[in-house]
Design a protein around this ligand. Sequence first.
Ligand code: CMP
Length: 140
Amino acid sequence: MALERTFSIIKPDATRRNLTGKIVAKLEEGGLRVVASRRIHMARRQAEAFYAVHKERPFFGELVDFMVSGPVVVQVLEGEDAIARNREIMGATDPKKAAPGTIRAEFAESIGENSVHGSDGPETAKEEIAYFFAGSDIVG
Ligand code: CMP
């Protein structure tokens, strides 16, 4: 096991329903520590660049429209195997397939409006953290 950092977003469907605290509680109860956090309203070009890897997907436009539809909370999470741990706590992308007790099983509205994002690997985690946070913003 290794102490890792991962990147997390609490998405607009969750901030709209005032679920930030409930989601952070699940992350913390799951063994992760919030070492940086900021509530922002993403600019369209920022969301497009963040999700550039998906730009050929049919849902890209819908995804960007949704991510700029309201405030989000961008966070850095730290813990043992934080990348995999966060993905376990979030549950599957499609809430219908998410395990009981996971964030997406409890809170997500659909595959698109699925309450949270989490990095899928070490390289992505590094890039996504650097996209939103300077090293000095992260206090472990
Ligand atoms: P996320 O982990 O933020 O990474 C890419 C996002 O694309 C994903 O979560 C979903 O919210 C979204 N997504 C994936 N598949 C679909 C789909 N079929 N329709 C709409 N949005 C999707």
